[in-house]
Design a protein around this ligand. Structure first.
Ligand SMILES: C[S@@+](CC[C@H](N)C(=O)[O-])C[C@H]1O[C@@H](n2cnc3c(N)ncnc32)[C@H](O)[C@@H]1O
Length: 148
């Protein structure tokens, strides 16, 4: 194993988890900034060419672990690994953001669902080769159908 070190922090308008849109149909179009520490800035070379990025980050304000979670998008419980719950054995978040522009070591992005000051562990270009018709959305698709 290794000891993770943050490469930067998220600058977001959200100060409290209650402010982040949740549940079925929640839209994540909020703009924020991924502020990368100056020592890691060389690692941003050529990132401008990518429209979307995966951001790996730490749920630094989540407490505890719940292996069975009841997400805001359903009234039924599901295993934590079938959800995006913050209360997981390794509190790591994954968010896809749209890269709007780069300003030195600051990446201006759309689609943040993280609190202000959230530590960033890694950034990777978003590339998906899975065709839309091959994707199955599990309990989420069922929950959406029940809600209709
Ligand atoms: C359901 S999680 C999904 C996060 C990410 N998109 C994922 O899939 O891993 C999103 C929630 O995490 C919570 N959250 C955001 N930043 C956090 C932080 N730094 N510590 C703890 N909870 C956080 C907010 O309540 C937000 O609604």
């Amino acid at each position: 194993m290794f000891t993770p070190i943050p490469i930067g922090v998220v600058r977001s308008p959200y100060r409290d988890t209650k402010e982040v849109p949740k549940g079925l149909g929640a839209k994540h179009e909020t703009e924020g900034v991924l502020e990368i520490a100056s020592e890691f800035e060389p690692g941003l070379a050529d990132i401008e060419g990518f429209s979307h990025l995966f951001v790996l980050w730490v749920f630094d304000r989540a407490g505890g672990v719940e292996l069975i979670a009841t997400p805001p998008s359903d009234d039924r419980p599901h295993g934590v690994f079938a959800t995006r719950s913050p209360m997981r054995p390794n509190p790591i978040g994954l968010t896809v953001v749209e890269l709007l522009r780069r300003d030195g070591r600051r990446l201006h992005v759309r689609g943040v669902d993280m609190l202000d000051g959230t530590p960033i562990l890694d950034i990777k270009p978003y590339l998906s080769s899975v065709p839309q018709e091959s994707l199955r959305r599990g309990w989420l698709a069922e929950a959406e159908t029940r809600r209709l």
